[in-house]
Design a binder for this molecule. Structure first.
Ligand SMILES: CC(C)(COP(=O)(O)OP(=O)(O)OC[C@H]1O[C@@H](n2cnc3c(N)ncnc32)[C@H](O)[C@@H]1OP(=O)(O)O)[C@@H](O)C(=O)NCCC(=O)NCCS
Length: 395
């Protein structure tokens, strides 16, 4: 009789190269440095598409016509306001709260006020998803204003998604340039296939939990230093370096001690991350506009020096990822460092919603209904026998 081949061990691989589902939403072609949302390259989308068009593309599989876009924008505008009870609850949070915790905690609060939360249909999930996309920027801006002791601002209906967030956050209507840059940032952070937070969202959604539960899980996942949390750490690193003359010694110190240089490296790209290539000139331009050119310059020098040192030590290349230049860009736009990762979240929520819809209501092909990987139990406590129960006084 033929013996069953043992299942290949994927321990320690972090699921790299393991295909767990089919998707039509996006593709990351790591060796070519390509990112594609439903057939469209990230370069074209960042240059030509508004964030609302990208949300439509991700959720409904096509770019909207002019009238469809007008209607879709109106739908989002109508969902921006958050319940006063949520604002009141935010006011009870300690000012020291981490903004990602605030955002994550707000998601189930929004579920508590969502009329569709017990309706398991696709239409209901879509409505709830759009509400989350529309409301999370309002939550984040409200938190920032509360923390600063300023009045919370209502959304402005005549402003598009990006401009309205900047208005609610900073308290004044943004310039066209700031809006254009921020809109492009939202577009570029919206989706990235089965990254850790999207996988978290899909894992929760695979249990048929509602979309708020899935998005709350995803926000938690995004907060980690190796994922969305990297952009805040990039800015802290740039501040620590402080001067372009300190870059080389920082790189040496960091690599000597086995530390990582934040914003470099990627689990999928082994060439340039296409988003970093777009963000780098944006960072330079915003620095020139605000007179704070040093952050771009330190970043650029750091990228050059770290790449060379990495190549020399490890014999391979390393590239800037999406977080590397978005840090200096956000900083020169005036965002506090602690807000960088939540800003990532208010964009990526569009991708999470698209993935939850695909997970629950149909992807490209059949998939398991519930994620349930196997583990390799390596506990070795009492030899081949089970441990015999020891009463507490005998332990
Ligand atoms: C993103 C990241 C986790 C990708 O990981 P990965 O592809 O699995 O790569 P690994 O962690 O296996 O690293 C491979 C090697 O490169 C090194 N390396 C990877 N990224 C590095 C970095 N940013 N700085 C210094 N060394 C790095 C690792 O230490 C490892 O060295 P080793 O082979 O001697 O152990 C990793 O590059 C990283 O931690 N980057 C910094 C955090 C960051 O910017 N995250 C945002 C990602 S969008």
């Amino acid at each position: 009789m033929e013996e069953c081949a043992p299942a290949p061990s994927i321990r320690d691989t972090g699921l790299r190269n393991v295909v767990i589902a089919s998707t039509k939403i996006s593709n990351v072609i790591g060796d070519q440095g390509k990112l594609i949302y439903r057939g469209y390259s990230i370069g074209d989308l960042a240059e030509f598409a508004a964030f609302e068009e990208v949300i439509h593309l991700l959720l409904f599989e096509s770019l909207p016509s002019k009238t469809a876009l007008t209607d879709f924008k109106a739908r989002l505008v109508g969902e921006r306001a958050i319940p006063p009870e949520v604002v009141d609850a935010l006011k009870t949070r300690p000012a020291s709260s981490l903004p990602m915790d605030i955002l994550q905690g707000a998601v189930p609060m929004l579920a508590n006020h969502d009329p569709d939360v017990e309706d398991g249909s696709r239409d209901a999930a879509e409505r709830m998803g759009l509400r989350l996309i529309a409301k999370l920027p309002t939550v984040l801006a409200a938190w920032r204003r509360i923390k600063e002791g300023k009045p919370v601002l209502d959304p402005l209906d005549d402003l598009d998604h990006a401009a309205n967030f900047l208005y609610m956050f900073f308290g004044e209507r943004p310039s066209d340039e700031a809006t254009r840059f921020f809109d492009a940032c939202l577009v570029m952070h919206a989706e990235h296939s089965f990254n850790a937070s999207t996988f978290a969202a899909r894992g929760v959604a695979s249990t048929l939990a509602h979309i708020h539960a899935a998005v709350a899980g995803a926000v938690g996942s995004l907060s980690g230093a190796l994922h969305g949390g990297a952009n805040t750490r990039v800015m802290k690193m740039l501040k620590e370096i402080g001067d372009i003359g300190n870059v080389e010694s920082y790189v040496t110190r960091q690599l000597d001690s086995g530390g990582k240089i934040m914003g470099l490296g990627h689990a999928v790209y082994d060439t340039d991350d296409p988003r970093a290539l777009i963000l780098a000139p944006m960072s330079r331009q915003m620095g020139e506009k605000t007179g704070e050119t040093q952050w771009y310059e330190i970043s650029r020098e750091l990228e050059i020096k770290a790449k060379a040192a990495f190549k020399e030590r490890k014999g391979k290349d390393i590239f800037a990822n999406v977080d590397f230049y978005s840090a200096s860009l956000y900083h020169t736009m005036g965002f506090p460092t602690e807000m960088f990762t939540p800003i990532f979240a208010i964009s990526r929520v569009a991708g999470w919603v698209a993935h939850v819809l695909e997970e629950q209501f149909g992807g490209a092909e059949a998939k398991p209904t519930l994620y349930r990987p196997k583990s390799d139990y390596v506990g070795d406590y009492c030899g081949p026998e089970e441990c015999s129960w020891a009463p507490i006084e005998k332990r």
